[in-house]
Design a protein around this ligand. Structure first.
Ligand SMILES: Cc1cc2nc3c(=O)[nH]c(=O)nc-3n(C[C@H](O)[C@H](O)[C@H](O)COP(=O)(O)OP(=O)(O)OC[C@H]3O[C@@H](n4cnc5c(N)ncnc54)[C@H](O)[C@@H]3O)c2cc1C
Length: 390
């Protein structure tokens, strides 16, 4: 069967953002084509994510979008009958130092303003939330029980299947090589197989997003940096929340270290290097496992007997101010961006997708437009404000 060439919308990238966007566009009745250069859905950075999903950010737009994502992820099985590994175990930021305590307590007012279910819990209570946590120096921490985890692999597959069921057409192994322009408006895309036409093109191409924007003459800086992750063999479930340890690692190379136990009992983990490792190199490093093993055991000593099954290295699509770039481009009609997701594209994906579909179909987002506008492609990306928990 030949693929049709006329669509209402074209999504570039079948990833954390592109798949939910296609699903919600089809829900709005827009005939949608999804193109990906890789051989299957979710094979870009989506599969590198460890699946943490939280609304507890410091940026109002990310809070609102992730609240929508949690709503979607947590009801996905009821909506579609498909298990995507949703586990409502919450997030916990333990504080072992005065500095971390001040940082996370400082974020509480804005988080509470957005009615997030998060609070400071004293050390004794935290020991119940995180069984086996190292009590040495533990001052307490924040706990947000409504956050959770999802399997990025299952989610990509399910969003794709549901989008296709509604009518979306997916084409793999077909990179977009240029945009079809009609004056200042986008009119479609070109691949090695020819032209596809649509008056709306959504750039959801992850770390490749700058290149797609350049095809329309736009300079949108998306700068990849790399992060490693890993997963253990399953162990008996004992840990509900995902843990984020904000202390600098004793080895001097890492900051945020985060881990949790997924719905299968596997411990899944990664960390943020102090000095970002820019570029697209995805070879595993020799230092990741020794550092991460020490940090895991530092937070929960009983994890010393874990058997590690697999490690990997993936990329964050970073922006200069650490916040995503989402919305219509001010200068190219029909070109819509869902890019620069930094380290949170998986959790932002469904909320971004739902809002972009609403923007395209009805002219406005589903969350408060003023809050949505904080992520606008037209903002000054170098204004200096940095997201605290990117
Ligand atoms: C170790 C690690 C752990 C992480 N943990 C989490 C986490 O717990 N929670 C979280 O929310 N995020 C996490 N992330 C971040 C998350 O993986 C990314 O932010 C997210 O996947 C980015 O989504 P995206 O849709 O922008 O890109 P992708 O998922 O990479 O999708 C972009 C797609 O576009 C395609 N593409 C690119 N160029 C073209 C082209 N020219 N033509 C056609 N297709 C094209 C690519 O093949 C790709 O499939 C983690 C990342 C890493 C590396």
């Amino acid at each position: 069967m030949t693929t049709p060439t006329e669509f209402d919308a074209i999504v570039i990238g079948a990833g954390s953002v592109g798949n939910p966007t296609a699903y919600f566009l089809e829900n709005e009745g827009l005939r949608t084509l999804v193109l990906d250069e890789l051989s299957a859905s979710g094979q870009g950075q989506n599969k590198a994510a460890i699946g943490g999903v939280r609304a507890t950010h410091s940026d109002p737009a990310k809070i609102k979008l992730c609240q929508e994502s949690i709503e979607i992820f947590s009801h996905w099985e009821e909506r579609t009958g498909t298990d995507i590994g949703w586990k409502k175990g919450g997030y916990c930021f333990p504080a072992f130092t005065e500095k971390v305590e001040a940082t996370i307590k400082g974020l509480l007012p804005v988080q509470k303003k957005f009615r997030l279910n998060i609070d400071w819990v004293e050390a004794d209570e935290l020991k119940r939330v995180v069984p086996g946590i190292n009590e040495n120096g533990l001052r307490g921490g924040t706990y947000s029980p409504d956050d959770g985890q999802v399997s990025p692999l299952l989610a990509a597959e399910s969003f794709t299947r549901e989008a296709e069921r509604l009518g979306a057409v997916y084409r793999y192994g077909e990179p977009v090589t240029s945009l079809v322009m009609k004056g200042n408006a986008v009119a479609g895309v070109r691949t090695a197989n020819g032209e596809y036409r649509a008056t709306t093109v959504v750039n959801a191409s992850g770390v490749n997003a700058s290149a797609i924007c350049r095809m329309a003459g736009l300079d949108v800086p998306i700068l990849p940096d790399s992060h490693e992750g890993g997963i253990s063999a399953p162990v008996k479930p004992f840990l509900d929340p995902l843990i984020v340890d904000l202390r600098p690692g004793p080895e001097g190379k890492t900051i945020n270290f985060y881990f949790g136990q997924d719905a299968n009992g596997q411990i899944i983990f990664c960390y943020t290097p102090i000095a970002p490792i820019s570029g697209t190199n995805r070879n595993s490093t020799y230092e990741f496992m020794p550092i991460v093993a020490a940090r895991l055991v530092e937070v929960i000593p009983r994890l010393k007997n874990l058997m590690i099954r697999r490690v990997w290295r993936g990329l964050y699509p970073m922006t200069p101010d650490g916040s995503p770039i989402v919305g219509k481009t001010p200068t190219v009609e029909g070109l819509v961006l869902g890019v620069g997701m930094c380290g949170q594209g998986f959790m932002l994906g469904p909320g971004v997708g739902e809002n972009l579909a609403s923007l395209i179909a009805h002219g406005g987002p589903s969350i408060d437009p003023e809050v949505f506008g904080l992520l606008s492609p037209g903002r000054d990306l170098y204004a200096g404000k940095k997201e605290a928990l990117k």
